[in-house]
Ligand binder design. Structure first.
Ligand code: NAD
Length: 278
């Protein structure tokens, strides 16, 4: 199965569907990522704070998959944004991953109270220029943070990885991305199992119409909206289910009905708010 790719502003391609490892314990990460690679995933999303980069690296090393067929993302944690710390942080991540470069390096949160996210962005530019990552981006940044990064450096992030699912569509960030040539990555694409997406009539109707599961219908919604997505599961059958989303297409009306799930007042958020997470 060929996963479509999305062209980033760096000129590199990213597979639109990947595998995320948030909350996968360190001692389970190697097995989970090995199974994901067996299923066919070639894009892995981890982070320093997930404390499982070593397991991810071990799975990559033993997989036999050529490095240039893999797309690996990791992230700079919030307490490593200041001064020259990002340079040490990427070297530590690369060490744990057993790689000489990642494909995408992100600042994890703006943490506005620290006011170090712009410094972190400047360091990410240096890290990219040193060849330690191919592309650079951010996570959980709102338009006000993105505007500041561009004002300070002139460099537009390749992606913003934000909480995004039918119940929280973040139209302000999507509009910024559209007008600045930045791509959107959806985290918590299935609502992390916290938001009852799988029982929503718009989702169940679309799933039934195509003979797929509600999770597959929601993932298909992300793909057709143009988002990059990396659902997480440690169960191999669900990894396979989440990867098997290229044999059907939602209609425009099904997409519209799933779009209408967002209550529009932010109440669909299941994770932290970027202005409050410090
Ligand atoms: P998710 O929406 O992918 O939900 C994962 C949960 O959904 C699983 O624990 C499982 O219980 C359930 N699930 C998965 N597949 C299923 C299926 N087919 N049927 C039924 N239930 C299923 O949430 P997530 O893991 O938080 O997000 C995906 C990835 O996004 C993470 O692994 C991580 O890589 C990234 N992420 C980033 C941030 C950030 O701040 N940048 C925050 C959270 C997650």
């Amino acid at each position: 199965m060929t996963v479509p790719s999305v062209k980033l502003n760096s000129g590199y391609d990213i597979p639109q569907l990947g595998f995320g490892v948030f909350l996968v314990p360190a001692d389970e990460a190697e097995k989970a990522v090995s199974e994901a690679l067996e299923v066919g995933y070639r894009h892995i999303d981890t982070a320093a704070i997930y404390r499982n980069e070593e397991g991810v690296g071990a799975a990559i090393a033993s997989s036999g998959v050529p490095r240039d067929e893999l797309f690996v993302t990791t992230k700079l944690w919030n307490d490593q944004q200041a001064g020259e710390k990002p340079h040490d942080a990427i070297r530590s991540s690369l060490d744990k991953l057993g790689l000489d470069h990642v494909d995408l390096y992100l600042t994890h949160w703006p943490t506005p109270e620290r006011d170090t996210y712009s410094n972190a962005w400047q360091k990410l530019i240096e890290i990219r220029d040193a060849g330690l990552t191919r592309s650079i981006g951010v996570s959980n940044h709102l338009p006000e943070h993105l505007d500041r990064l561009v004002a300070d450096t002139g460099v537009v992030p390749a992606v913003d990885q934000i909480e995004l699912h039918p119940a929280l569509q973040q139209s302000n960030v999507l509009a910024w991305a559209e007008s600045n040539g930045m791509k959107i990555e959806s985290w918590g694409p299935l609502g992390q199992g916290k938001y009852p997406l799988f029982e929503h009539p718009a989702v169940t109707a679309a799933a039934e119409a195509h003979g797929v599961t509600p999770a597959q219908a929601v993932l298909r919604w992300h793909l057709q909206r143009g988002f990059i997505v990396f659902p997480k599961s440690v169960r191999k059958e669900r990894m396979a289910e989440n990867f098997d989303v290229f044999g059907f297409e939602l209609t425009a009306s099904e997409i519209e009905q799933i779009n209408a799930i967002d209550p529009g007042d932010g109440s669909g958020r299941v994770g932290s708010h970027p202005l409050e997470f410090n």
